[in-house]
Structure formats: structure tokens, C-alpha cells
Design a binder for this molecule. Structure first.
Ligand code: SF4
Ligand code: SF4
Length: 221
């Protein structure tokens, strides 16, 4: 996934949760990304805020958001009802970008950064220049497709990511019990054994709990 596509997915949401670390504790606030280029994804804050201090001290940021509705739409005997949409999250490294650097880009997409700095001189920009994350595209009630989940992990700026999903080891005896417990339609037959499609796997753990021989593992097990 390109940085442009990642930015566009955040831009569609607009206001997201931006998390930093302060004195060992996570701190969050609502903010939004403004623009992107080949260096990364940009946002602004004032250099008088705790957000700024935390970014400068740690150089780390995590952002997540949800499109479109954050409210549960109802409840049926199968569980809560959510309108189809997606979550997106990214975690990575940031650095401050001076207004002089922004101006030197001579890129009209950065116009808002320059205008905002003119209105509020304490306003400064940061760029998320490397990161990893995921889009978790859900359709839990199968309104638009025949499976609930399509998740895609990504990274940029030299960072790496771990593939999603639990996995089945060679202890599998091919009994097929796991497929009956997977409401995400993520388990497929592969010869005498079974495999988990990580893009569809919610990591809910149902298959691991029901496997009679402990063949289903997760990355931490
Ligand atoms: S339940 Fe366990 S042993 Fe049976 S098919 Fe699934 S992974 Fe293999
Ligand atoms: S962890 Fe849940 S979603 Fe993933 S394969 Fe197992 S039952 Fe399906």
C-alpha cells in the first residue's frame, strides 16, 4: 500500500485518535493528517502543547480511526450490528518539519500548513516518515461481500510488519473442526491439512480453542 493510499484512508475519516507516550503512559487526543508527499504524512500542532513536547521527546506516534460510523447500529441474536466500514491504524517515527522546510517544498498541497502558521505562529509541522499499520475492512453482516473481513497490513520508510492471523502447524490431523467454528470464513483445506488465510482472520481464537490437538498457534504462542 502506498503512503498516498494510507493518507487517503485517514483523510476520508478526517479526525482520528493520535497517541503518544508521556512519562510511561499513553496519552491520546483528536487530530488529523493534513497532507502527504514522498517523505511521509504530515500533521500540525502548537509548540506550546503537551502533544508537541511528547512528540519531540519520544519521536513516536500511533494514530487510529474508524470509517464511517463509530456507533453500534443495533443488535440481533447473532450479535451487534455494524455498518460496513474500516478501521485504520499506523505506528511509527516522526520528526518536526520547520515552516521554512515546508515553504521550500514549493508544493501547493502544503498551503494550509503555511496559512495556519501565519495565523498561529506557534503552529509547527511534523512528518510521520516511517511506519507500519493496517486497514481492517469489515462487513460483519455480509452486506457487500461473502466474508466479513479483509485486512491489509502495510509499512513504509523501511519499517517492517508482521503478517496478520493465526496459523496451523503440522500437528494438524485434518479433522476440520476449526472450519466450523470460524465465522470469518478464513480457514481453507490444503491437501490433508488446513490453512488460515491471514487477510480474513480476526484472530478471535475460536479455532485454537476447539482444535483437539493444539495445532492452531498465534504469533505469541
Ligand atoms: S481443528 Fe485442528 S486438527 Fe482439526 S483441521 Fe483444524 S487445525 Fe487441523
Ligand atoms: S482465529 Fe478466528 S477468525 Fe481466525 S481462523 Fe480462527 S476462528 Fe477464524
Amino acid at each position: 500500500m502506498t503512503v498516498k493510499k494510507i493518507f487517503e484512508a485517514f483523510q476520508k475519516i478526517d479526525c482520528c485518535t493520535f497517541a503518544t507516550i508521556d512519562d510511561g503512559y499513553p496519552e491520546t487526543r483528536i487530530a488529523h493528517f493534513l497532507v502527504q508527499d514522498e517523505e511521509g504524512i504530515y500533521f500540525m500542532t502548537m509548540n506550546t502543547k503537551p502533544f508537541y513536547r511528547q512528540l519531540k521527546k519520544t519521536g513516536k506516534l500511533s494514530v487510529c480511526g474508524l470509517y464511517a460510523k463509530t456507533q453500534i447500529q443495533g443488535e440481533t441474536d447473532k450479535g451487534y450490528v455494524f455498518e460496513p466500514g474500516y478501521f485504520i491504524r499506523v505506528t511509527g517515527d516522526v520528526r518536526e518539519v520547520s515552516i521554512e522546510e515546508i515553504k521550500a517544498k514549493n508544493n501547493p498541497d502544503f498551503r494550509y500548513c503555511i496559512e495556519d502558521n501565519a495565523r498561529y505562529p506557534a503552529m509547527t509541522a511534523f512528518v510521520l516518515y516511517r511506519g507500519r499499520g493496517e486497514i481492517y475492512d469489515y462487513d460483519f453482516d455480509l452486506e457487500k461481500r461473502d466474508h466479513k473481513l479483509e485486512r491489509e497490513r502495510f509499512s513504509f520508510g523501511g519499517m517492517e510488519f508482521e503478517k496478520p492471523g493465526l496459523f496451523i502447524t503440522d500437528k494438524c490431523i485434518g479433522c476440520g473442526k476449526c472450519t466450523k467454528t470460524c465465522s470469518f470464513d478464513a480457514i481453507v483445506k490444503a491437501g490433508d491439512s488446513y490453512q488460515i488465510n491471514g487477510r480474513r482472520c480476526d484472530e478471535c481464537g475460536n479455532c485454537a480453542v476447539h482444535c483437539p490437538v493444539g495445532a492452531v498457534r498465534h504469533k505469541g504462542s
